[in-house]
Design a binder for this molecule. Structure first.
Ligand code: DGL
Length: 361
């Protein structure tokens, strides 16, 4: 027999021996750990500084997802973890195209039977906006958890690794299902709809003022104390399948002496919607109310939100919304109201339908 045939025979014999004597099946071991996918987008959690004490002047969005995972070997005890680098950006640079790309990838993964939970690493600057967008478009009850950090990965007491560990704990826990998209930093679990960044530098920057957080991670345990009541994820009526481009929605900030210039400029640019961050109960000035009314006459949808951050913006309080055909934002802050209006405009431009949507999501 030629030498090649001898080699082939020996290989087959060796394989057969292995199968016969192997105490366990050769197929990959089925572990009982959940399967969690980490989608990385950048931010400070992937940031690097020149020294270990650099917490100002570092560069965000430098460390790849594989390195983020390798930095926390304890993850493997919680779940079967794998990573994908969806993008590598500082989150102030997140775009509508980036939101659509991320939303589509999350929905693809959530539809896979072999995926039990998804973690998204993200810059903290706009994390609340991405989280709320996903809250509106992810068509699954599986846990989707956004996580970031306030110190770069190279810093003394970097908060990223512990936050990532907590986020995987939450994403791997069946109790996290059907609670909408979650935001997890500093051992606290907040709802995507209501959480906001409240401090430029504090580690505990993400808060849900007044309405409150959903739960905690304590000693490796996940504990929920409430669940969101507004519609989200598996309950959503919105669908990204046929959306190639999100509508353009601008925000105008109200203040003493505000002029109509910004509103007129956005109207001239033919945006699809304007969210007005009004003073008090979402109030425009006489000048900006007139400008918003003119914009509405041109077919631009107008949503009154409030710069104050908490409380309900009421219809027909100091503005005759019925007469102006304006929509009000409920408790959504201006940046969240913009996200909802963008998504809602992919479905309808009817202001009565839009007002229903703002009262339900
Ligand atoms: N450039 C900011 C961002 O990517 C850094 C802040 C952070 O991620 O904590 O959101």
């Amino acid at each position: 027999m030629g030498s090649m045939k001898v080699l082939a025979f020996r290989l087959c014999a060796g394989f057969l021996a292995l199968v016969l004597i192997s105490p366990r099946p050769l197929r990959a071991e089925k572990t009982d750990r959940p399967n969690v996918v980490i989608l990385a987008t950048g931010g400070t959690i992937a940031g690097t500084g020149a020294t270990s004490t650099t917490t100002v002047g570092y560069q965000a969005a430098k460390v790849p997802v594989e390195a983020l995972i390798q930095a926390v070997p304890e993850l493997q005890k919680v779940a079967q973890v794998r990573g994908e680098q969806v993008m590598q950006i500082a989150s102030q640079n997140m775009t509508n195209e980036g939101l659509l790309k991320l939303g589509r990838r999350v929905n693809e993964l959530a539809a896979e039977a072999g995926v039990d939970g998804i973690v998204i690493t993200h810059g903290t600057d706009t994390l609340e906006e991405t989280a709320y967008f996903l809250n509106l478009v992810v068509k699954s009850a599986k846990p989707v958890v956004l996580v970031g950090s306030m110190r770069p990965s190279t810093a003394i007491s970097a908060d990223g690794p512990a936050n990532l560990y907590d986020a995987v704990l939450v994403a791997a826990n069946p109790a996290s299902a059907d609670k909408g998209v979650l935001v997890c930093l500093e051992d606290e679990i907040n709802a995507a709809r209501d959480v906001t960044k409240t401090n430029t530098s504090s580690l505990e920057t993400f808060k849900t003022p007044e309405l409150g957080l959903l739960g905690y991670i304590r000693g490796g345990q996940v504990a929920f104390y409430r669940t969101p009541l507004q519609l989200h994820t598996s309950q959503t009526e919105f669908d990204l399948v046929n959306v190639q481009k999100l509508p353009e929605v601008a925000i105008v900030y109200g203040h003493e002496g505000v002029s109509r210039t910004a509103i007129d400029a956005f109207a001239a640019a033919k945006v699809d919607g304007i969210v007005y961050a009004g003073v008090g109960d979402g109030n425009p000035s006489e000048a900006t109310e007139a400008a918003l009314a003119d914009a509405r006459q041109k077919g631009i949808v107008v949503v009154r939100s409030a710069r104050v951050g908490n409380g309900i913006v009421a219809r027909n309080a100091e503005v005759n919304d019925d007469q102006r055909d304006f929509v009000v934002s409920d408790t959504l802050n201006p940046q969240k109201a913009r996200i909802l209006l963008m998504v809602a405009l992919t479905k309808t431009q009817d202001t009565k339908e839009l007002q229903r949507i703002f009262s339900e999501y």
